[in-house]
Design a protein around this ligand. Structure first.
Ligand code: IMP
Ligand code: MG
Length: 181
């Protein structure tokens, strides 16, 4: 039963909506009213990206990228970044949109890969920041909420592929993931 697997709501859909509006205003304040390329990181950022770009207004291009960790265990912490082939970032104002910064490894790899494409500027935004888990020193330029070291689901975040469609950010009950560990 889904309800039993959720321990509590951390941020309600209403709280998130209000915060996303503030983040969009902060981003426009930093970057001005010009064209932006919003680069969303699949899959977790898709809900945040959809809400954020509608609050940003103005001219926004959207690119979806994927960051995956190597699974063969030979290169711990290494992340590969896939960008659609036709994408041209040169000279553009890039806004990297992440769901959550956890160890920080994905954000670090994504920034590195995007900077190689010689954008005019690169700004990073993450809805959530979990600083207790950090393994590389990095933070997003713009952050929605700082969160405790608990496993979160909803608003794009998943556990085993589920819960992404929950409208709130919720804490997953420990029994759910400890059973599978
Ligand atoms: P990183 O450890 O900072 O590289 O984060 C990698 C990715 O793990 C994030 O972009 C999320 O998609 C995912 N992730 C990290 N923490 C959580 C969580 O609490 N719930 C669901 N996904 C998470
Ligand atoms: Mg992510």
């Amino acid at each position: 039963m889904l309800e039993k697997e959720i321990e509590r709501v951390l941020f309600s859909a209403d709280e998130i909506r209000a915060r996303v509006r503030e983040l969009a205003a902060e981003i426009r304040y930093r970057l001005g009213d010009g064209e932006l390329v919003a680069v969303g990181v699949l899959t977790g950022a898709f809900v945040f990206l959809a809400d954020l770009v509608r609050e940003l207004g103005g001219e926004v291009r959207i690119v979806l990228v994927r960051a995956s960790s190597y699974r063969d265990g030979t290169r711990p912490g290494e992340i590969s970044v896939e960008i659609p082939g036709e994408t041209d970032f040169e000279g553009g104002d890039i806004l990297l949109v992440e769901d959550i910064v956890d160890t920080g490894q994905s954000l670090k790899a994504l920034k590195h890969t995007l900077l190689e494409r010689r954008p005019g500027s690169l700004t990073t935004v993450a809805l959530l920041d979990k600083p207790d888990r950090r393994r590389v020193e990095i933070t997003a330029d713009v952050t929605g909420f700082t969160v405790p070291d608990e496993f979160l689901v909803g608003y794009g975040l998943d556990y085993a592929g589920l819960y992404r469609n929950l409208p709130d950010v919720c804490v997953l009950a420990r029994c759910v993931y400890e059973d599978h560990a």
